[in-house]
Design a protein around this ligand. Sequence first.
Ligand SMILES: N[C@@H](CCC(=O)N[C@@H](CS)C(=O)NCC(=O)O)C(=O)O
Length: 217
Amino acid sequence: MGDEVILLNFWLSPYGIRVRIALEEKGIKYENREEDLRNKSPLLLQMNPVHKKIPVLIHNGKPICESLIAVEYIDEVWKDQSPLLPSNPYQRAQARFWANYVDTELYKHALRFWTTEGEEREGARKEFLECLKLFEEQLGDEPYFGGNNFGIVDVALVPLFCYFYTFSLYDNFISEAQYPKIISWAKRCTQKESVSKSFPSEELVKEYLSQKRQHKG
Ligand SMILES: N[C@@H](CCC(=O)N[C@@H](CS)C(=O)NCC(=O)O)C(=O)O
């Protein structure tokens, strides 16, 4: 019998996009189940009773919560194709460090940018861009953060570029002149089918944001 793989998700979630990319990279068939985050399903509450958040990967009935943990799990279970973590222990530790840094720093500033206004929002933008400089250095002249291979740091980071660069939602948020390496990395990543397939539709995102603005206004 084949594996049953279900993803409890919300289409706009950058965390959900990570899990989708990892599943696509491995060529795993899965069922994406959309959650209404204002009215969470009993299944979500049962599968993630601690945080009650998406994404939750359900593999043969067992839940795996937290997007980066799910990405590592996918890599370990389907280890024969497209490795997402390096086999060398030191490089693996480094990859985990940077993936964790994306979560603790970059996502924090991104979230603040999305949820605040005025000065605070401007501060979040600056801190985000400041942090991104470290990633520009870290990337160096490699095609991916995983060197020649697309890996967990790429998976962790690229969903943010869907909003801050690819869909140009916030007027040249990341300038090509200041971040040439990161921008060419983002272009390289989005040319991958696993990535472009996992991004939500640009039209839907723009519609969602314009409705949000109208509600505020
Ligand atoms: N650290 C978590 C973050 C997941 C997360 O924040 N999910 C949001 C959607 S983007 C959510 O489910 N929010 C619902 C809530 O907070 O009630 C991960 O990496 O999976």
